[in-house]
Design a protein around this ligand. Structure first.
Ligand code: MSP
Length: 497
C-alpha cells in the first residue's frame, strides 16, 4: 500500500480575525495536497483551531459568555473562509473537542509515568499576551508589552533530557527541518543548554484549558495542548489503522515565527511519549505589506475576503503561490497582483485558450480537429510537455512551488510562440488539415499545462477542461479527443483594467 501523504497547517487561534497569513498557509497546504492527490497518492490534509488559553478566556469574559460558546461563535468564520477559498481539507480539528482532550490527557499521563514531569516553584517575568514566562533578555526587547513578575508552583516537562537525542535526529535527517537555514537556526539554538518547559497553568489564574490528569488545580499550557492536535486527528489512541497509515506526518507546514515550538517542543514531547517524529517541518516566510510586517497597530492587514470578492478566488491563489519563494518573505501589493494577473493569466494563459477555441468554433464546426502526423515542431512540444510534468513533480517534492508554476507558464508561452510562428488563422483557408494539426497541438499542450496548474486554480481549470471537453486528470499526450465539441465561453481571465 502507498503511504499516506499527511500534511498539516498550524491550528489558528480561534479568537483571531482570519487574515492573509492564515489564508496563505492553508492555500499552500491545499495546493500541495491536490498535487499529490492528482498523482494518485493517498492524502490526508488537516487544519483546525487552537481554542484554549488566556486570550479566549478574556474575550469570553468581556462578552459575559462561556468560553466554549465564544469558540463556537468564532469557529465558523474560519470554516466559511476555507470553503470560499476552495480548501479541500479532510479534517478540521478544534482543540475543545473530546477526541482531542482525551489524547492530551493520555500523553500527559504517559510523559508523567515516564518520570518526565516534575513540580517546581518558579519565579520569573511573565508575558500575558504570549502566555509564557520570558527570559530577562526577551524582556529587554520591545516585543513584549505586558510583562509582570510572577511566582507560582507549576509542572515542568524535562525537555532538556532530550536535547542530545534531538540534535542527533536533526543532524541525521536533513529533511526534518526545512529550509536548510531554518535547520541551522535551530541547531544554533540547541547549542546552548535547553531549559525545561513549563506545561501547566494554575486554575486560579487561567481555567480555560485541559485539566491535568494528575492535578485538578491546573490546566495544560496551551502549546502543549495544541501541538498534540496533529496526532489526535491522525487517529492516535482511537483508530489504530488510520494512525498507522497517517503517522508520522509527511509535512507540518508552519510560519517561521512558530519554528521553535514545532521543532523543539513537539519532537521532545513525542520522544518522551515514545511516538515517532514527523518526517518534515517546513517553515515559510511572511507576507509583508510595503516591506513591513502586517499588524493590527499599523492597520495594514490584508483581508482575503476583500481580495477574492474583487478578483476571484483562483487568481488570488495563483498570485500567492507564484509570488512567494517558499521560505522567504514576500511583499504583497495590489499593483503586483494586477500585473501578475494580466501578464500570466489574461495574456499568456487566457489568450492561448481563446485563440484555440475561437478558431475551432469558426472553422471546424466547433469540433476538435485531427492531430494528423506530428512534425518536428509538434514533436518538440509533445516532448517538452513530458519533461514539464516530470520536473513539476520534482519541484513540488522539493517545495519549489513558485518555480514549478513558472515552468508551466514558460511552456504556455512557448506554445503561444508556436501559434504566432505558424499563424493557423492565415493558413486555414488554403490548408485546413495542417491548420487543424496546429490547433490540436496547441490545445493539447494547453490541456496538459492546465492540468498541471489545476491544484493552484481548481475551479477555473475545471471550467477550462469542460470547455475543451477532454480528459481531466491524465497528463500524457493525447487527452484531447478529435471530433469532440468545444464549448462556447466567456474569457476565462478577463483583463483587469
Ligand atoms: N495557534 C498557533 C499555532 C499552533 S499549531 C500547533 C498560532 N496561531 S496563529 O493564528 O497565530 O497562526 C499562525 C500562522 O499564521 C503561523 O504559521 C504564522 O506564520 C501565519 N502568519 C501570520 N501572519 C502571517 C503573514 N503576514 N504572512 C504569512 N503567514 C503569517 O500561531
Amino acid at each position: 500500500m502507498t503511504e499516506t501523504f499527511y500534511i498539516t497547517t498550524p491550528i489558528y487561534y480561534v479568537n483571531d480575525k482570519p487574515h492573509i497569513g492564515h489564508a496563505y498557509t492553508t492555500i499552500l497546504a491545499d495546493v500541495l495536497t491536490r498535487f499529490y492527490r492528482n498523482s494518485g497518492a493517498d492524502t490526508f490534509f488537516l487544519t483546525g483551531l487552537d481554542e484554549h488559553g488566556q486570550k479566549v478566556q478574556e474575550a469570553a469574559a468581556e462578552l459575559s459568555i462561556k468560553p466554549q460558546d465564544h469558540c463556537d461563535k468564532m469557529a465558523p468564520r474560519f470554516m466559511e473562509l476555507w470553503e470560499k477559498l476552495h480548501i479541500s481539507n479532510d479534517d478540521f480539528i478544534r482543540t475543545t473537542e473530546n477526541r482531542h482532550k482525551e489524547v492530551v490527557k493520555n500523553i500527559l499521563r504517559l510523559v508523567n509515568d515516564k518520570g518526565d514531569i516534575y513540580e517546581a516553584e518558579y519565579e520569573g517575568l511573565y508575558s500575558v499576551s504570549e502566555e509564557r514566562f520570558i527570559t530577562d533578555k526577551e524582556a529587554e526587547s520591545e516585543e513584549f508589552r505586558d510583562i509582570k513578575k510572577l511566582k507560582e508552583k507549576n509542572y515542568f516537562f524535562r525537555m532538556s533530557k532530550y536535547q542530545h537525542q534531538l540534535i542527533k535526529h536533526i543532524e541525521s535527517n536533513p529533511y526534518f527541518i526545512r529550509p536548510d537555514y531554518r535547520k541551522n537556526e535551530i541547531l544554533g539554538f540547541l547549542r546552548k543548554p535547553l531549559n525545561d518547559l513549563c506545561i501547566s497553568r494554575p486554575k486560579s489564574r487561567l481555567n480555560w484549558g485541559i485539566e491535568l490528569p494528575f492535578d485538578k488545580n491546573y490546566v495544560t499550557y496551551v502549546w502543549f495542548d495544541a501541538l498534540i492536535n496533529y496526532i489526535t486527528a491522525a487517529g492516535y489512541n482511537a483508530d489504530e489503522k488510520n494512525f498507522k497509515n497517517r503517522w508520522p506526518a509527511s509535512c507540518h507546514l508552519i510560519g517561521k515565527d512558530i519554528l521553535t515550538t514545532h521543532s523543539v517542543y513537539w519532537p521532545t514531547i513525542l520522544m518522551s511519549a515514545g511516538i515517532e517524529l514527523p518526517k518534515s517541518i517546513f517553515a515559510h516566510g511572511w507576507w509583508l505589506m510595503d516591506e513591513s510586517k502586517m499588524s493590527k497597530s499599523l492597520g495594514n492587514i490584508v483581508n482575503p475576503i476583500d481580495l477574492i470578492d474583487d478578483y476571484g478566488v483562483d487568481p488570488v491563489r495563483y498570485y500567492l503561490m507564484r509570488e512567494m519563494v517558499l521560505g522567504q518573505d514576500a511583499n504583497f501589493t495590489i499593483d503586483s497582483f494586477i500585473q501578475r494577473y494580466n501578464s500570466d493569466l489574461a495574456n499568456d494563459f487566457g489568450n492561448l485558450l481563446s485563440r484555440v477555441t475561437t478558431l475551432i468554433n469558426k472553422n471546424y464546426d466547433s469540433r476538435i480537429p485531427n492531430p494528423g502526423i506530428l512534425q518536428e515542431q509538434e514533436l518538440l512540444i509533445k516532448s517538452s510537455s513530458e519533461t514539464l510534468s516530470n520536473s513539476v513533480i520534482t519541484m513540488i517534492s522539493e517545495m519549489r512551488l513558485n518555480e514549478a508554476i513558472e515552468e508551466i507558464m514558460q511552456f504556455i508561452r512557448s506554445v503561444n510562440k508556436y501559434m504566432e510562428k505558424n499563424a493557423p488563422w492565415k493558413m486555414i483557408k488554403e490548408d485546413k488539415v495542417n491548420a487543424g494539426k496546429i490547433l490540436y497541438t496547441a490545445g493539447e499542450a494547453l490541456r496538459i499545462g492546465a492540468i498541471l496548474l489545476s491544484p493552484v486554480m481548481p475551479k477555473r481549470i475545471s471550467i477550462l477542461l469542460d470547455i475543451l471537453n477532454c480528459e481531466k486528470i491524465n497528463y500524457s499526450w493525447g487527452g484531447l479527443k478529435p471530433g469532440n465539441i468545444i464549448e462556447k465561453h466567456d474569457p476565462l481571465f478577463p483583463r483587469i483594467k
